[in-house]
Every structure is written in C-alpha cells, then in structure tokens.
Design a protein around this ligand. Sequence first.
Ligand code: GLA
Length: 380
Amino acid sequence: MDNSIREKFKVLFGKECDVYASSGRINLIGEHTDYNGGYVLPGAIDKCIMAGIAPNGTDKVKVFSIDYNEYAEFGLEEKDAPAQQWAKYIFGVCRETLKRGGKVEGFSAVFCGNIPLGAGLSSSAALESTFAYALNQIYGNGFDLFQLAKIGQATEHNYCGVKCGIMDQFASCFGKAGYLIRLNCKTLEYQYFPFSCEGYKLVLLDTCVKHELASSAYNKRRESCEKALEAIQQRHPDTETLSDAKRIWLEEVKAEIAEEDYLRAIHVIGEVQRVLDLCDALERKDFETVGELMYQTHFSLSRFYEVSCEELDFLNRVARKCDVTGSRVMGGGFGGCTINLVKEELYDQFLKTAIDLFTKRFGHAPKIYEVVSSDGARKL
Ligand code: GLA
C-alpha cells in the first residue's frame, strides 16, 4: 500500500513524501461506556489508513483519495470546509490542531486504506489519527498521543456531527501489536493487556449492513444517558458520570425518567462491571467466562441499548448454536460486525455454518475478518 501511495504522490505532486499510518480497532468489551466515563478494552488491528504527506509551500491542503478516486483542495480557515465527507475529517483535524495552538500550513497528501467502511472498525478514527499524528510530526507541534486522540474526537464532534467518545481515536493512536488496552475513560488511566488466547481465535463477521453513526441514533443514545445521569444526580450529587452510578440508584429514579432513558442506563451500568469482570477472567485465562460476558453484552446492547439489528442478532444466535465461546455486536452498532471468540477446533465449522445460514436468510454471505493485533499511529 505504501509504495502505491509514494508513486501516486510523485505523479500528482512531483516529489517525495513521508508515509504515516494508523489502524482500525476491535473492542473486546465495553460498548457505549466511553462517553459515560466507563471502561473500554480495545486494540488496534492490521487494517489501516495510510497517507503520504509533504508540505507544499502554499496555504492550501491538496488531497487525493485513492479509494474514492477523488481530489479535494481547501484552505485552513473555518470558512474553507470542503464538500466531500472524507475530506471533512482531514479539514477537521487541521482545524482542531490550529485551535489548540499547533501549526499547520498547506500540504499535499495521498491516502488509501483497507478498513472496511461502516463495519464498526473505526475507519474514520484511523483517518483522523493518521493525519493528526502526521501533522504533529511534520510541524513539530509536540502534542502527546492523548491530545492527538482528542483532536480526532473533536473532529467528529465539530465537523462530522457525531458526539462520539474517545475509544476509537485512543485505540488508533495507542494501539500496540500483541495487546489490548483497558482505558478508564473518566481518568484516562490505561493498562496494556497481553492479547493472547491460546487455543482460540478472534474473528469478525460483517453483516455488511452499513451503520450510520452520524444518524441521530448514536447522539440520541448519548442524550438518554445524560438525562438518566441528571436524575440520579438529584439524589446522589457526587455521581460524576453514569458509570459511577449504582443500579439501585437508577431504580430510585425509574419513575422520573423516560422508559427509554432507563433502559439505556441499565446497559451502561451493567457494561462497566462486565469490562472489569472480563479483564479479571482474561488474567485467569478463563475464556469461558470471557465468552459468557460477551454474550451478556450482546443481550444488553440488543435489548436495553437497542443498537443491534436483525442480521447481528441472527449471527449471535448462530454463534450460540455452534458453541462459539463468546459473540456480540461490536462498536457503535446499528449494523457492522459481530466479534467472536471461537475454539480453534470449532472455527471452520462455525464459519461454514454462519455463511450458509446467513446467506439462506439474507441472500448474501457475511464477510469474514480474522483479527490480527497491530500497532497504532506511526511513521513508516
Ligand atoms: C463508536 C464511537 C465510540 C464508542 C462506540 C461504542 O465507535 O466512536 O466512541 O462510543 O461507538 O462503544
């Protein structure tokens, strides 16, 4: 991939460039907890966005997307926002860097990627992290990785309309081959966990239902959590985030909040505990418990958070039937992938059954991605 970027860059801009990359992510558990101050357990994978970049001595950003076969050119002031969605991510990163006192001047770039779009693998965070990391290096801004992750997150909030948490950008910046990372999204303390489950495989099954995170559904979930938290804070003023709340406190305010907000909060409060339990089980190499917690998360995301869909629930049931150790919808939801922890000896049969049954039911096969852990943001 990096060679074709270098070649294309030369053809388009007549000079050499440096190449940077950042990865997509998986999340073993901890879904919709990040913007509630809870825990997440993501890791970077071997699918990435790569960009060749070099300053161009003008006040314009000139970018070519190999995958879209499209060119965009824009200035660096707020009024200069480009029309193409993919270019908005890059524009947002430039703007957020500038807002934080960083330097960005005109540059040229060529980029491409192999992260499936809309599959819940955070292709947009990888795009943001690639450019945030590259601009930081090129202009010597000296931001640390957390600041770079926040630049990506703020890009989503302010230029793409998604009020996301920090998980995706954190994973694409901090990822390390061979590790998952448990992040406390309230304190930003994190811990690397060896990503080794001997005798098991992790595999993603992509329903190919494109999730639309930008659609208001994601932001609406976030609002529900805020409403539930406000009600709890009336009685327990020291509760800083929904993740700090106890289930019993939620029951106290049940009659005062909408049924929908109550259901969302059940998920968040339960999920925070599941991350901790899963990490304990991982340390004991108790993969049966790890898997059971994954199934519980799926149930919770489907019933209480209502971010699953027919195709995802179908794959989850097939996994149970095939004695898959753990399975659940991964990422924001509304489509995308399930993540599955499967014993090696059951792996082939599971994939065969899942492909057969899914194709019979929905008329097309799910896509299969074997998970390979990888590094996050880097210069090649
Ligand atoms: C998306 C968001 C993340 C996180 C997940 C759900 O991927 O970008 O911040 O909220 O959904 O866990």
